[in-house]
Structures are given as structure tokens and as C-alpha cells.
Design a protein. Sequence first.
Length: 678
Amino acid sequence: MRVAGAITGLLVLGTFVIPSTYGPKIESASVLGQGARPPIVSSQELDIGSATLSGRIYDERGAPLEGATVSLAGSGFWPARSVRSGADGRFHWDHIPAGIYELQFSKGPLTAASVEGLILDPGAKRAFGVQLVPGWTVAGRVIDAQTGRSIADAEITAATGVLGLHTRRTRSDGRGRFELAGVVGEAQSLYVTADGYVSAGPLRQGSSDPSMTVRLERASTVEGRVVDERGVPVEAALVRAFGEGQIRGEDLGAPDSLGVTSGEVPPISAGASGGLAYVRQVETGRDGRFRLSDLRPGPYRLVASHDDFAPTESKLVHLRAEAAQDDIELVLRPGAELSGRVVDERGDALEGIPVELRSGAGGLPRMSVTATDGSFSFRGVRGEVSVTALPFDLPGVRKAVAMGDDDLVTVELAVSSTLYTLRGRVVDERGFGVGGALVSVSSKSAGTPVRRSAKSDPDGTFSVPALPETPFELEAAHPAFSVTQMGSIDSMDDVRVVLSAGVTLLGEVLDDWSNEGLAGVRVRLDGPARLESKTRSDGTFVIRRAATGTYDVSFSHPDYETQTERVVLAPPRYVDQPQELDRVRLQPGGSIEGHVLDAYSEHVPSAEVTWGDPPLWSRGSRSDADGRFVLRGVPAGSVWIWARHPVAGDGSSDSPIVVRPVETSTGNFIRLPASIAE
């Protein structure tokens, strides 16, 4: 049984900066005023108290067990610490900081279920008697994804427990094999790393199938340097790598591909995720140089930042497997200092208020905290930015600032303590009150960004407190109704929110050739609302709480032709009465494989490729680091294929490609008019 308790601690906010010439950033937390350095305070000095653990460990036969490991991790300390049982199986552990922990017991292959949510109050004394039994064993092999060869000395880390507080490590042998005995619980999260390879994880491995094969992709490396406008190296600049577009190979942590199999290794999937994703970061040395290794091959952008400069980013960098690119130069340009104060309505300073700075060009936000006089400062700021004060119990305040040629720009953010409460009632279409509806209110004013929520009472009434002045946007949601949105609310009282009965839409999608249910079909409704679902293993799908009205329903799958039909969702005559679609049959498509080349026959990575006339870019894919592309679900017949790239230009195949259902057309290529190196 878990017992609720209290969590106590000390939150120290504030920063100061010691000016220097491109040197490492020196930061310190402070509540003693600007420039004051707080002393280091131990847990004993904070007087939060300590607790004691003791107990006895037994083996599977009930005999006292010597040398068993007792591990503890949680709010008082992390990573885990441990003690061992003595000759009589007993252990004693005192001076444990009060807090919430996870407790584990093990010796070799013997283990026991962990104790989760263990609350140790100040002065508590807890005793345990634990019997260890044989656990299951995680075993497997680490191999090169391209060659299938074994990878020796790869590090395998297994994280156990709800929060992964306890970890165990081992390394693969000369044949790439590894083993971790004495595992408890239904599943483990594994992380696998090896020099020269892209790290894999978290990989979920269960007790029902403990053997696994992990395929690691060959990694890429990018090197370069960061300088100022005069070419002087910038030390301690932070360089981040962001993966952009389709990165070659499987994302081993993606939900649709675990990157781990049992038994023989199947062919590598071409699936990958798109979009911009943070990957890794490093700081430059005295010579301004940086090195980012173990990157997955594909396109990246590098972003450099430093407190004395405005952030800058590189052009798109295409990294190839087992290759290093070492000619990247990032030039940081000076920016102005944005200084300001956060005050209340009377002009009095507000201390400890988080302040966020965002660039109009996007990128990562920067954060600061106001000092005792309400002041804050950001250096190296350029262009159009927004600065926002985010008090914990009051609406935020935001201002847009245009940074010009001045060295210093000042701004004042006045936080209003005048708060309003929005009151109203949620009803159904008959006028009866609806209880339990979630009402979310957002300010429409750019200067007061705030969003607050409340639930309606059994009679439908609701109140949302701590709001700035009108106007607002409102959204109301309830499991039995479709979502209602109100675009502009100017009144604070007697707001009436009407929820319409939600329609449950049922359907089934079949493979037209096999007449079997087709799993993984994306079902999308476009109409009064946009809703999505996917078919289950038997081809059926359910979409709940759809608003009434006319919709276009599309059915798409990577290996099948897309199909669209129109449907009218009518109000149900009875509560929870579903509406069922006629069976949908999808025609299997074919595949086209090939390469994208530039004017000099060099492979073009990250080019968009599709088919059709005009091109269906929404159904396309991207070429990988070697210029290779795969188009799936192409309708049978003769089709043109197209490619486009921001540097190499646009182009198409020399002639139409013949596509047959369930077959793959190989050896195709598209030549673009310009050079990838331009």
C-alpha cells in the first residue's frame, strides 16, 4: 500500500554573469541579491531530517543470504546507491535523506520485485524481510546494420523500475553477444552504444521473449569552428545539431519501429520520421573548434549560441555514413543587450519572475529570472523578438521588441494584479446542464498570454478565475459530446456553452485482393472538425465524439492507393448510437525505387520525390544520404516521377514508369539540372 506524504525542498532562483572575452560562461544561483554567491548547503544544514532502513535477505530456500545488494534511488539522491547484506543476511542503512524512493534487492541471478513509491519521512525507520528468487535473463547480440557483422565492446544499459532510477550495465563480447541475468519485472528499457555507431534506445524487451538482436547504424561526424566577424575563435560557444527532414534508417526509439528483433535480422525498413529534431550539443574549445560524433547519416542544421552574440545557424549539412565533414564555420555576430524590469501595477519591482525571450525567426527560447530590483537582461539579441514575464500566479505579460543599432534596449513589463473570473454554464442541445465538461479559456491578446481551465459542476455551471481582461477564446470538451469552440468572448458573466451530441463512427477497411482486414490504415475526417484514427489488426476502426455535419473521409496506407468518400454524420436518435460506414476496399499499389542525381551525376540527399502529373507532393518521400528513394503505394499504370531540391533544382524522369500492383520497379533515376555543391 502506498501512503501519501509531503515533498519539501529549497528552490533557488536567479543568475549573474561575470564579463569576459569569449570565455566559458560562469553561472551561479542566487537569492542574496545581484552578484552575491550563495554558500553550498548540505542536506543536514537544511535540516530536512534523515531516515533508516534495515532488514534481512533470504535466498530461494529461505536461508540468510550474504552479499546481496540493496539499492536505493529517488528524490534524496540519484544515481542509485547501495549497501550489501552481511553473513547473517542482515543490512542496515542510516542517514538516508528524507524523500520518495525506489528500492531494489538482487544478487547475481537472484532478485525480488522492487518497492516503488517508498516514502521515508524524517526520523522514519523501515524494516524489510525479502526473499530473492531467480529472475529472467536479457540476452542478445549487437550487429552492424549494413554488414551484419558482430560489434564487440558495445555498452548495454538496462533501466528498471517505473522511473528508470536503477541501471545495470554490461558489454558485448567478441561475437557481439551480451547477457544480463537476474532481471525482475515484465519489461526492461535498454540503451546500446558503440564507438562509431548511432546509439539505440530506449528498446523495450519483455520476459516473454528475452532474446534480441540490436542493429546499429554506422554514424557520421561533423567538425568545424565558431568565430566572430573578425575571424577570432569564440570559446565556450554552444553548438547544437538539429536533424532535419528524413534521416536515413530507422529511428530506433520510434513507436512504429523498435529497431530490435528476435532471431534472424530482417531487411532494414525505409521508414523514418520527418521534421526538425534536436540531436546533440557540444561546447567549443579555446580554438573555437567543435566536434559532434555518432550522428545518424542525413541532413542537419547546426546552431551556435553564446551569451555575447546573437545565435546563428548553418546551411543544411548532408552527412554520410562513416564520413566526417570538417569544414563547417559558424560566424557569430554581436547583438545588443535587452535589459528590463518586471513591476506590478504600482511600479514596485517583482523578484524571482521567470522571463522568456523568443526570436521572431524561431529557434529555442532563452530564459532568465528577475533579481531583487525586478531587473533582467539578455545579451547578444538581434532582430524582432518577444519578451514575456511569466509570474506563477498572475497572467503573463508579453511585449514585442525590435532590436536596432543601439547597444542597449530597455523594456518594462507591468504585471497586472487585477484579475477577472469568467462564469457561465455548459448545456446540451436541449438546454440541460452538462457536468464534468473541461472548459479551457485562452486570452486573445498578444500582450497577455494565458490559458486556464476548469470543470463544470453537475448542473453545468463553471467559473474560470485569474484571467486578464477580455476578449477570450473558449473550448469545451466532454467524453459524451463533440468539442465546442467559441472564437471570441467579450463578456465575463452568463456565458452559455452548448455541446452537441458526439457521433461514434464505425467502419472496416479490407485489402481488395485478399478480402482480409487491413491494419494500420490512416482514417481522416475533414469537415466541421478534423479527426483521425487508425485501423486495428482486423481492419476495423472507431472515431468517437465527431461533431455532426458533412465530412470528406480519406483512407491512406503506404502500400495502397488512397481512397476518399463523403459522409454525412447525423445526430444520433439514442445516446451512444453509432453510425457505421460501408466496407472500404483499398487497392494495393506498387513501388518505385531509384536514385536522384545532380547535373554531375552526384547523389542528391534529402530531395523530395513523388509521382503524378501534376506531382502529388503530399504522397512523396525523401532521398536518403546516398540519394536513394522509395515510393510506395503508387497506383498501377504509367506514371511520371518527380524530384525537387533547394540547391540542385527540379526535375523528372525521362519517361513514364510502368507500375504493377504489389511489384517493385527498380533502377530508376531522376537527374536534376544543377549541382548539389553549388
